[in-house]
Design a protein. Structure first.
Length: 411
């Protein structure tokens, strides 16, 4: 059985665009998707900015029945999956194929839970929607994709906080290598821009307060960073065996070489300060992918724009890559997209695949004041044309969940 697993289709709805092509164009142009919140009145809140998916009308893409029963997360995921399937040149009816779905989420259904709680307290049980429970479940975006595309193979959704989307790619790879599926739709989604979420994150002092300059708020690795920007979005990738993709003449973006998971087991929100377990995830991912540190051209950083995360990630890269760390480009797409939570790792995987395929590395924007503790090549402010043979993406989630995925050129 072919053990080379590749990405052959892309789908995305993000704060930078309602397709993967629009998202990629914005990433390479250095455009920010951060703006004032429109989904609720945030005028009295400490943070009044977010990275919202803009101009998405579910009624333009889905049936009335689908819109009524789906959470916003499910709506975004289904539309992204459709795009990925079309991009891969696959028949949208998978009923005769051994196909699977791995679409992970961190807070899918949060919006529906908040809305239903308000309905219950104002009107009681009689006013509750019969669709509330099903629409709020974490597995429902993956299940809705399966129903949309007639997928009857393995369908799964895991929650690894901010590492959810990256882990989906590793789980999809395992399904393909085991022979349980011959094509898998893999990625992540989250849509939880609500007053309660922002109140909670503000209480944690996790969010940027650059309300007067939203586009400049997310500034990973910059000395003046003051917190992350909460976002939403969906990214779904088609993954299959290289031999299958070539047999049908598909365009192949990149190979998924392997990866690794570790746990800080330290704090529910803060990274372990020495970076030892993030380092271990990076070194194990390289070993699993049969790469040396000197083989790397690009790291798509977790890069949240928080003081502790960016400092610890930089330290982990130094520890894992040694002298090679100085020669690797490190980009932080959250400078433009904000933090897409469950979709963030999948977006980073898409960026790695496109950087390999297109020979362009998006910049880390808003990088103006170097931080002595963050001293790598962050591709500041302007995208770079460069051949990328091998890339890593880091994803570090609440609870200390570290997931690193390796990608490579397809020769």
């Amino acid at each position: 059985m072919d053990d080379r697993i590749v990405i052959s289709g892309l789908g995305a709805l993000t704060p930078l665009g309602n397709s993967w092509r629009d998202t990629w164009a914005s990433l390479t142009a250095g455009r920010s998707g951060v703006a004032r919140i429109t989904q609720f009145d945030a005028g009295d809140m400490p943070t009044q900015i977010a990275a919202e998916v803009k101009g998405f009308d579910p009624h333009g893409s889905l049936t009335v029945k689908q819109v009524n029963r789906m959470s916003r997360s499910s709506q975004l995921a289904v539309v992204a999956a459709r795009e990925a399937v079309a991009d891969a040149g696959l028949d949208p009816d998978f009923s005769e194929r051994e196909a699977g779905v791995i679409v992970n989420s961190a807070v899918s259904g949060f919006t529906e839970i908040q809305d239903a709680t308000e309905v219950f307290h104002s009107g009681g049980e009689r006013h509750m929607s019969p669709r509330f429970v099903s629409s709020s479940l974490t597995n429902m975006p993956a299940c809705e994709i399966a129903m949309e595309l007639n997928i009857h193979g393995p369908v799964n959704a895991s929650a690894l906080a901010c590492a959810s989307g990256a882990y989906a790619l590793l789980e999809a790879r395992r399904l393909l290598l085991s022979g349980e599926a011959d094509v898998v739709l893999a990625g992540g989604v989250d849509a939880a821009i609500t007053p309660v979420m922002f109140a909670g994150l503000s209480a944690m002092r996790a969010l940027s307060k650059h309300n007067d300059a939203p586009a400049e708020a997310s500034r990973p690795f910059d000395a003046d960073r003051d917190g992350f920007v909460f976002g939403e979005g969906a990214v779904v990738l088609v993954m299959e065996r290289l031999a299958d993709a070539r047999a049908r003449g598909a365009h192949v973006y990149a190979e998924v070489l392997g990866g690794a998971l570790t746990s800080d087991a330290f704090n529910v929100v803060a990274p372990e300060p020495s970076g030892i377990y993030a380092t271990r995830a990076i070194t194990r991912a390289l070993a699993n992918a049969r790469l040396d540190a000197s083989d790397l051209d690009l790291v798509c950083a977790h890069g949240t724009s928080t003081k502790a995360n960016d400092r610890t990630e930089t330290s982990a890269l130094h520890q894992a890559l040694g002298a090679s760390a100085a020669d690797v480009a490190v980009t932080a797409p959250k400078s433009m997209t904000g933090h897409l939570i469950g979709a963030a790792g999948a977006l980073a995987g898409m960026l790695c695949a496109l950087s390999i395929s297109e020979g362009v590395i998006p910049a880390t924007i808003n990088y103006t004041t170097p931080d002595p503790e963050c001293d790598l090549d962050y591709v500041p402010n302007v995208a770079r044309e460069q051949r990328v043979r091998h890339a890593l993406t880091n994803a570090f989630g609440f609870g200390g969940q570290n997931c690193v995925v390796a990608f490579g050129e397809v020769g």
